[in-house]
Design a protein around this ligand. Structure first.
Ligand code: HEM
Length: 541
């Protein structure tokens, strides 16, 4: 029989009332208080005049749900289509979609700071990564120390390393599929293989040794692990009680968070930290005279970076956080951009043919594939821009908070403390800027053919796959180089065709916003994770 003694314990203290009755009598005022908050959010709240879904105007929970499901970008697009240019997508949050708003929120003089959501990213690393630094001044200092690792010189040093990995991608693919000349291979998921390339090239740069996904099957747990870690970190940061959860993250308590994704997040950080420790050890040995020649990877630059003003270097914890960030930030974006391009080009054979011809004509032999010629391929560049427009690797909004005094966005005074953002996926589908936004048309990035220089300039103002302003992507040039090298090698070596149905697009059975079979589907877990296309290749050499 149940023991009610605990529940009745309060009786002695409060005379005639049991603990259950006390709890009940507290619940009622709490309930009334909560109802008043909801009423306030709909009536006297400063954002009450902005339209949006009722559930989002009332509560922060819908966004958590979207982040778990990976459809936040879809929900944001549908909301803008229904409610117009400014949407209230949380009790205290507004979403915008104009180029002017993009500049006002993320540009150099924006009167904003990063949202608290960032405090949860890379939390297990022992120090904040550059992306987690919220204070604008502190962020600028950190970025200054980091910038030599992303200079033109560093990029030139990185090119041979990335090029080697891009060649290896083709070699391993040919081996795994037993590719022969003039015969089509069996079907395979291109996304899986390009992800191996993405992780290998970026870990090679960050740790001086690749994670060897192209070489060894036993390391191939990394992409799904990071995917699930990313999913976890995305929604945890938006929990209304995130501030209470944060101190527990990165500790063994995380093992008890529900779902595999919390454990995966820890597993990934451990792996990154152990690779980094190896790299530091090797660097130490090299300096003591026992190692080989100096290797000019990103880590080399990070380790030797000093702030030009203060002389500050990175601490080991900061290096851990930043290298961990590099792997996550660099690999999946490159994978997504490359796969989206293939997905769209395979649906329009004239685009595929033009791209392949450009690459094969530019590079008579495989050894010729390198910059500066690679950067001169206009059609390849236009296809990449269009792929980044249609499938921006960070599709949802990056949250920013308006600073004291408020700010002006899209002609509206937005009060201090409001969370504001522009979803890359939504602005890239703004038909006022990009006519026929759902069409993959690389030509829109080339002046001529009915496309004026003014139009191109207007598009560029709304184009933001790497973010804009002082907190944008520091690895942008590395990303373009890695995408170009991968595609140039793949198209130089192989012919491509779709295997069976075009996998990776929407379907009539999916939720609203995902029913277009010709649109490459992403799951927004900080980075958009896709699957497919399933293709066949034929070696031409
Ligand atoms: C197509 C590929 C990529 C895309 C679309 C992309 C996009 C972005 C975006 C939108 C941000 C800003 C995030 C925010 O404010 O929350 C960012 C930050 C960052 N990205 Fe990338 N990225 C890509 C590849 C890379 C690569 C290859 C690297 C490294 C080599 C890299 C390193 C970083 C770093 C370190 C940050 C943080 C910068 C800071 O906070 O100051 N990214 N990226």
């Amino acid at each position: 029989m149940m023991d009610y003694s605990i529940l009745n314990a309060g009786k002695g203290v409060s005379g005639n009332y049991s603990a259950l009755e006390i709890i009940r009598s507290c619940m009622l005022p709490l309930f009334v208080w909560y109802c008043l908050i909801l009423l306030y959010r709909l009536t006297f709240h400063p954002l009450s005049r902005y339209p949006g879904r009722l559930s989002e105007r009332l509560s922060d929970w819908p966004i958590v749900y979207y982040c778990i499901k990976g459809n936040r970008h879809i929900k944001q697009l549908l909301a803008h289509e229904k409610y117009g240019p400014i949407v209230r997508d949380g009790p205290n949050s507004l979403s915008f979609r104009s180029p002017e708003a993009l500049k006002a929120i993320y540009g150099n003089n924006a009167h904003i700071k990063k949202g608290d959501w960032y405090l949860t990213l890379d939390i297990s690393a022992g120090a904040p990564s550059v992306q987690m630094v919220i204070d604008q001044h502190q962020h600028a200092l950190r970025r200054r120390v980091m910038s030599p690792a992303f200079s033109e010189k560093a990029l030139r040093d990185a090119e041979p390393l990335i090029n080697t990995t891009a060649r290896k991608l083709c070699e391993r693919l040919a081996e795994a599929l037993s590719c022969t000349k003039d015969e089509w291979s069996k079907g395979f998921d291109l996304q899986v293989w390009i992800a191996y390339y993405g992780y290998d090239f970026i870990s090679d740069l960050a740790f001086g040794r690749s994670l060897e996904l192209l070489d060894r099957e036993e390391h191939r747990f990394v992409p799904p692990t990071l995917r699930s870690a990313s999913q976890f970190l995305y929604y945890v940061g938006y929990l209304p009680f995130a501030a209470l959860v944060r101190p527990l993250m990165g500790t063994s308590v995380q093992d008890y968070f529900p779902g595999q994704s919390a454990r995966d997040s820890l597993k990934y950080t451990d792996l990154a930290n152990s690779r980094l420790a190896e790299r530091i050890e090797r660097e130490k040995k090299r300096k003591e005279g026992g190692g080989g020649a100096e290797r000019k990877d990103t880590f080399h630059y990070l380790l030797n970076s000093r702030d030009p003003v203060t002389g500050k270097e990175f601490t080991v914890e900061e290096l851990q956080a930043d290298t961990s960030l590099l792997i996550a930030a660099g690999s999946d974006g490159v994978t997504l951009a490359s796969c989206a391009l293939l997905f769209y080009a395979l649906q329009q054979p004239h685009i595929l043919r033009k791209l392949i011809n450009e690459i094969r004509e530019a590079f008579p032999t495989v050894e010729d594939i390198r910059t500066p010629k690679l950067n001169g391929l206009l059609y390849l560049h236009a296809c990449i821009e269009e792929s980044l427009r249609m499938a921006p690797p960070k599709p949802g909004s990056l949250p920013r908070i308006v600073l004291p005094g408020g700010t002006e966005i899209d002609g509206q005074h937005i009060p201090a403390g409001t969370t504001v953002g522009v979803s890359h996926y939504v602005i890239h589908r703004n038909a006022d800027v990009f006519p026929e936004p759902n069409m993959f048309r690389p030509e829109r990035w080339i002046v001529g053919d009915g496309n004026s220089a003014e139009q191109l300039a207007a598009q560029k103002r709304a184009f933001c796959p790497f973010g804009i302003g002082p907190m944008n992507c520091i690895g942008r040039n590395t990303a373009y180089l890695a995408i170009k090298l991968a595609l140039a090698h793949l198209f130089w070596q192989f012919d491509f065709r779709v295997h069976g149905d075009l996998i990776g697009g929407g379907s009539k059975k999916m939720e609203e916003g995902r029913r277009d079979e010709t649109e490459y589907q992403m799951y927004d877990w900080i980075i958009g994770f896709p699957s497919g296309p399933i293709v066949q290749v034929r070696s031409r050499v």
